[in-house]
Design a protein around this ligand. Structure first.
Ligand code: THU
Length: 140
């Protein structure tokens, strides 16, 4: 992925950030996912008065992609106004691993800082489907 393509994905994440629904924290986050099809899906954080119902920007973007039929994700940009870049939370890292352990995660702040890692670098020794040994009536 070229630096220009990465910046394009960051620009999409910054655009999505403007739609953040964050009345509880006031912390706006945007994300953009590039799928293997070449399509880009965006997301923002969506908070809730019941904080456990809050969904991060990264997962909104990923779930939009998957629910539109994508199965493989190539890259994800996440942008927020942070001290340094915005590293994804643990649940988002697990969600990334499911659809693209090798996906490039481009973490951005508003001051032009960028850090890039793969999803598997962000979540070493992940729990995956391939580790499961099914037992009993659910095995087939
Ligand atoms: N948040 C994200 O959307 N992505 C992250 O990577 C970190 C946290 C959101 C969730 C919540 O709306 C707010 O930031 C504060 O945790």
């Amino acid at each position: 992925m070229s630096p220009a393509q990465m910046e394009h994905l960051v620009a999409k994440a910054l655009e999505a950030r403007r739609l953040a629904y964050a009345p509880c924290s006031g912390f706006a986050v945007g994300a953009a996912v590039l799928a293997a099809s070449g399509r880009i899906y965006t997301g923002c954080n969506v908070e809730n008065a019941s904080s456990g119902a809050t969904v991060c920007a990264e997962r909104v973007a990923i779930l939009k992609a998957i629910s539109e039929g994508e199965r493989e994700l190539v890259a994800l940009a996440v942008a927020a106004e942070t001290e340094g870049v915005c590293p994804p939370c643990g649940i988002c890292r697990q969600t990334m691993i499911e659809f693209g352990p090798q996906m490039l995660v481009i973490m951005a702040d508003l001051a032009g800082r960028r850090e890039v890692r793969t999803a598997e670098q962000l979540l070493p020794l992940p729990f995956t489907r391939t580790r499961m040994r099914a037992e009993g009536s659910h095995a087939d």
